[in-house]
Design a protein around this ligand. Sequence first.
Ligand code: FAD
Length: 308
Amino acid sequence: MYDLIIIGGGPAAVAGGVYAGRKRLKTLVVADLFGGQSVVSADIQNWVGTPSISGLELAQSLEKHLRAQSGVEINDGEPVIAVEKKDDGTFFVKTKTKSYETKMILVASGSGRRKLNVPGESEFEGKGVFYCSICDAPLFGEKTVSVIGGGNSALEAVLDLMPYASSIYLIHHGSELKGDLITQEKIKKSEKVHIIYNAETTSIEGSGSVSGITYTDKTTNKNISLPVDGIFVEIGAVPNSGFVEHLVERNQYGAIIVDARTMKTSCSGIWAAGDITDIPYRQNNISVGDAVKAVLNIYEVFHSGEKH
Ligand SMILES: Cc1cc2nc3c(=O)[nH]c(=O)nc-3n(C[C@H](O)[C@H](O)[C@H](O)COP(=O)(O)OP(=O)(O)OC[C@H]3O[C@@H](n4cnc5c(N)ncnc54)[C@H](O)[C@@H]3O)c2cc1C
């Protein structure tokens, strides 16, 4: 029986694992893969304390730190597929090949970006196709880019790109933007920004890196190609929370609802941290901080005799 099982292999899970090990909680980390979503980033410039690091180097250093932490066991290479709560309040955590028992759980399984699923998208991921404007906008100084989407994350991507790019095409499949009006006003004031409505992206072109994007104008049914150097896909994220959906309260997007002070979920004995939660602003540093907060609360609850 473990005190704590941490589910995930990104910044949140690793931070949780390091702190849990240091608190001498009997801990297992079950990670599908190590590194988290920014593993594909060419250059991360906001990992505090490190001016520049590639996503791959960050992933390696996270894994190294966790493996160096005594008292933490690791099962990597297979995802958790089920979590069951027993009558005594403890849990089974199951992968395809193993079943573990634990008193408490920290869910840090993050999220995946919703993809366009059009030709060229996976081929050019990291080579002109990006999913994080805060991270990668500075790569596009004086370049032409397009942002796909019409909600807040797309509008914020346009704002992130405005100080850098020379021209920004916002390609939206609907007839009206959905994001905040204040942000809409800001971007509409910029001469750099061209909003294209009723446009369904159909393919991404390039050779080695992105050189263009094609969409169908849904009002005329014509295919239109634009030359662009970069594409930011901002059509939402998909939280990896399916394996606890029967236990914890989630919002309409599948993100786990947490108490921001403690990172407790609605299910006693389960905490969550990082991109899997309904906390706004999805960043490596925030995921780490929230996981640390969760483990400190887990430790407090564990030793207080309070019901998990
Ligand atoms: C392309 C890109 C670039 C980014 N660049 C930056 C940046 O420069 N700076 C920044 O601060 N933020 C950046 N972000 C955001 C940042 O990556 C996330 O905020 C951060 O990774 C969230 O960490 P997390 O640990 O909560 O989740 P994730 O990073 O999503 O990690 C989740 C982990 O859980 C594992 N997992 C998933 N399901 C299961 C399961 N069922 N069982 C076991 N393990 C599972 C995954 O394999 C993964 O290791 C970027 C995001 C993207 C997509």
